[in-house]
Design a protein around this ligand. Structure first.
Ligand SMILES: [Zn+2]
Ligand SMILES: [Zn+2]
Length: 156
């Protein structure tokens, strides 16, 4: 799906969600949705706050951001990740399934696509359970940290 169509579709989904749950359809909420769907990959509240602050038309408080993100998660348009001890978010509509490699040293998160893993999970039979989606986190040490570690060792 083209990015423009994705944005239109998620706006529709969010409109319906807000209407049927009795929430107000404020322009701020839609601006936040739009900004989130312009981000590639993960983001945290600080990053989103920075992006929103750069837009001239809106002054969005952190409280509004948190509040809107909770609504977006409830509307299944955003998912929350806990990488180590940092909370990060990601858009979830029309997103290709991917896996996360998390470095336990520097906390860097890398997204990977692995067809074999995807197939294996898709073909796994789950008893009395219908899977909708999943997140896979693989923990370890990234090449940069590994390299730095080796260097330290040889310098001693
Ligand atoms: Zn690292
Ligand atoms: Zn991700």
């Amino acid at each position: 799906m083209e990015n423009k169509n994705v944005k239109e579709t998620v706006r529709k989904i969010f409109t319906e969600y807000l209407e049927s749950n009795g929430h107000r359809k404020t322009p701020e909420r839609f601006a936040i949705l739009d900004t989130i769907y312009s981000i590639n990959g993960h983001f945290d509240i600080d990053m989103l706050y920075g992006l929103m602050a750069n837009q001239e038309n809106f002054r969005v408080s952190r409280a509004t951001l948190y509040n809107t993100i909770i609504l977006l998660m409830d509307a299944k348009l955003v998912i929350k990740h806990l990488f180590g001890n940092s909370s990060q978010y990601e858009k979830s509509f029309n997103i290709e399934t991917h896996h996360h490699l998390i470095c336990t040293q520097c906390g860097k998160v890398k997204e990977v696509q692995n067809e074999e893993l995807k197939d294996a999970i898709a073909n796994t039979r789950l008893n009395r359970f219908q899977m909708s989606h999943y997140s896979l986190y693989i923990y370890g040490i990234c090449s940069r940290c590994l390299w730095a570690k080796r260097r330290k060792k040889t310098n001693k």
